[in-house]
Design a binder for this molecule. Sequence first.
Ligand SMILES: *Cc1c(COP(=O)(O)O)cnc(C)c1O
Length: 367
Amino acid sequence: MNIPFSSFVPMEQELNKELKAAFDRVLDASWYIDGREDHAFEKAFAEYCGVKHCVGCGNGLDALVLSLKALGIGKGDRVIVPSNTFIATVLAVTYAGAVPVFVEPDIRTFNIDPNRIEETLRTSDGTTIKAIIPVHLYGQPCNMDPIMELAKQYGLSVIEDCAQAHGARYKGKRIGSFGDVSGFSFYPGKNLGALGDSGAIVTDSICIAEKVKALGNYGSDYKYHHIYQGQNSRLDELQAAFLSVKLPVLDKMNAERRRIADRYLNEISNPEIVLPYVPEYAEPVWHIFAVRCKRRAELEQYLNGKGIGTNKHYPTPIHKQECYREYTKLSLPIAEEISETELSIPMYYGMTDEEIEYIVEALNSFK
Ligand SMILES: *Cc1c(COP(=O)(O)O)cnc(C)c1O
């Protein structure tokens, strides 16, 4: 058998006609930026997330940068981020001119640990810490109640990084609806992906929504009138039209991921392999199914040898990346352990039962 780590094919086959119709619709309308398609998708996505406003932008990184800028976070400010995440979370902080403060995750959920956030706030010069960016990593919601409580107590803004968790719920409520503003990516590989780059912010605040909109459109509030030194980061009509095809089937596609994850969780039993832990409060959407194994390199080779695609999220922790040399001396043992032991196994809409069984069987027979 040959099972890729990820595949768009089953989804594309199912939506082929509708995606082509969406393309035709945009071409026929002959309008490519900030039009009907953008507005329709923004409205639908805000509703889906259970918030008042959504503003499209160019990608997930920009969604976070624009969020920080809209909140007035920049030079001289520090922002709490998880020590294990995709680099965009941290790049957003440094792009905005602020400084990241790394906080370790709970190794069982991979998500930022509220107890350690508290410890950081208590023991550091709290006055320059202005915000927290919880990342709902691998599609699993962060423990939001204690995070929001701490934010309130210390007067911090919360920007959720929802790039991996479209549709996930915390205590029944959609992620993206907890923070002051939340950033989403619609990179093709995400649970809700466009056919190219794009992203969005969601928020209940009309002020933040308007400021993000202006900041992403050259700082302009109306044509040729510039109130900020903004940037160009807009959602184009074509991507919005594709996203409008995919949003109505997001829950169905997430449910299918959940079905695959449940089978993995129930059927993989090998003392060498640590499965992800799902807390009571969480309804994850399984962007990635991450297992841990002390002998990761061997497991990876073994699975690849059996035709099973794998990936590592992420092989190098942010503080060990060349571009962040200044943090290389930090000791973040949990993030480091995750980056050394984590292995992602196939997870995508359209996997067959035979494929799931083959993967389970392979993992169970690894010695
Ligand atoms: C993908 C991702 C981003 C960035 O999204 P892009 O659209 O690729 O810019 C940000 N944060 C996390 C956690 C991501 O996985």
